[in-house]
Design a protein around this ligand. Structure first.
Ligand SMILES: *Cc1c(COP(=O)(O)O)cnc(C)c1O
Length: 388
């Protein structure tokens, strides 16, 4: 900002606290923030993203494989021919058709696109919830369900899983009866536990829920089960997916499939131009090579069971069953979860620590399935750490 009487040059000299000479004093800024920003936001820590330079990265369920040369060439051509001076086209029908074909979405369903499925979560909460309305999910599950609900002034209710980290259906049905949630999120397979909820349990929840039920299939490519073919069977279901876990986390693209009437309402809340032209062009190019994505997912899926079996052989380690591209592990030997996490970090291996996140996740760490050499490095590091 160029305030009157404060030419830009003045920014070159600094005050004693390091701020530019013409900037408002830090204490004044802090005071104004304290009186303005919501107290619940002030109390939050920002979403933790670890610095990963030079590390083996098994903390974020990314695909460890880079796209083949031929796909990258196609992307380069598509991006080169993209008009960056124009807003994205209002007509998304080409991309919609490509996505529906590539991902097995029923013809009669409509789709809504998001800048990552994180944005779609917000869109659904914003479209459905008045302040204080309830958003409900089994818990622990994807942390962003809770965060998005709170940011959007809804009330989040997490229904505890069983101690074995499976779905507690009676508790879910009781909570739905009590809280009458506007939106129920069911991540299946669930993150961070890895479990796949049974079709019978999901059906029971869909029938009991008075509002929208979102089946979050972020990990569907690793699960061998999908609710997509039946997405139109119930009057209150949408299926949400992302390309983040199948090799395109950097692209930021999520999609939602459901009854055209539901999608039409949700579309009203979507920020205009939320899907940038580079994402659109890249996705169209990559989908011409869809078997590459399938093959990457199949590799991770095939590498999951050997990794789980090897982890289960380690002393004091419990492995929870996973239908996703990660494995949740509890450490109850000489070293607790925090100690193991730190020891791995010292060896430049990043995995996600849930030890202090929820009582049901005490001493639990979540390990993404990596490339074979990464999995091997993790296993030998763990062997060393646990036998020391
Ligand atoms: C990773 C994840 C997402 C978020 O996906 P983006 O498309 O990258 O925003 C959604 N749901 C679950 C359960 C996830 O684990």
């Amino acid at each position: 900002m160029n305030l009157p009487g404060r030419p830009n040059g003045e920014y070159r000299s600094a005050q004693r606290d390091g701020s530019p000479a013409s900037a408002a004093p830090a204490a004044d800024v802090a005071g104004r923030i304290a009186g303005t920003v919501r107290p619940d936001i002030l109390g939050l820590a920002a979403y933790p993203v670890a610095h990963a330079e030079g590390c083996i990265k098994l903390d974020a369920m990314e695909c460890p494989y880079e796209l083949p040369e031929a796909v990258r060439d196609d992307i380069a051509r598509a991006v080169r021919d993209t008009a960056l001076n124009r807003y994205p086209s209002a007509d998304l029908s080409g991309l919609q058709a490509a996505v529906k074909t590539a991902f097995g979405i029923p013809d009669a369903a409509d789709v809504l696109f998001g800048n990552g499925s994180d944005e779609l979560i917000h869109i659904m909460v914003q479209a459905c919830c008045n302040p204080g309305d309830v958003v409900l999910s089994p818990w622990p599950s994807f942390v962003y369900f809770d965060m998005a609900a709170r940011f959007d002034h809804a009330r989040f209710v997490g229904v505890p899983l069983t101690p074995d980290l499976t779905l507690d259906l009676p508790a879910m049905l009781a909570a739905i009866r009590e809280h009458q949630p506007k939106v129920v999120f069911l991540a299946t397979p669930n993150n961070p536990t890895g479990g796949l909820w049974s079709p019978e349990d999901v059906d029971a929840i869909v029938r009991a829920a008075p509002g929208l039920v979102v089946l979050d299939e972020a990990y569907q490519p690793f699960a061998g089960h999908t609710w997509m073919p039946g997405v139109l069977d119930a009057p209150n279901v949408v299926v949400m997916r992302t390309v983040s876990k199948i090799g395109l986390a950097g692209l930021r693209f999520g999609y939602l499939a459901g009854h055209p009437a539901w999608i039409a309402e949700l579309n009203k809340v979507r920020p205009p131009y939320n899907l940038n032209v580079l994402t659109q062009a890249t996705l169209l190019a990559v989908l011409r090579h869809k078997p590459v994505l399938d093959e990457q997912a199949a590799r991770m899926r095939a590498d999951r069971e050997p990794l789980a079996a090897a982890l289960a052989q380690l002393p004091g380690v419990r492995v929870f069953p996973s239908a996703a591209n990660f494995i949740l592990v509890r450490f109850s030997g000489k070293l607790d979860g925090n100690a193991v996490h730190l020891a791995l970090k010292t060896r430049k291996i990043l995995i996600r620590n849930f030890s202090n996140a929820h009582p049901l996740l005490a001493d639990c760490l979540r390990i993404s399935v990596g490339a074979p050499a990464e999995n091997a490095a993790l296993l030998s590091a763990l062997q060393e750490i646990l036998s020391a």
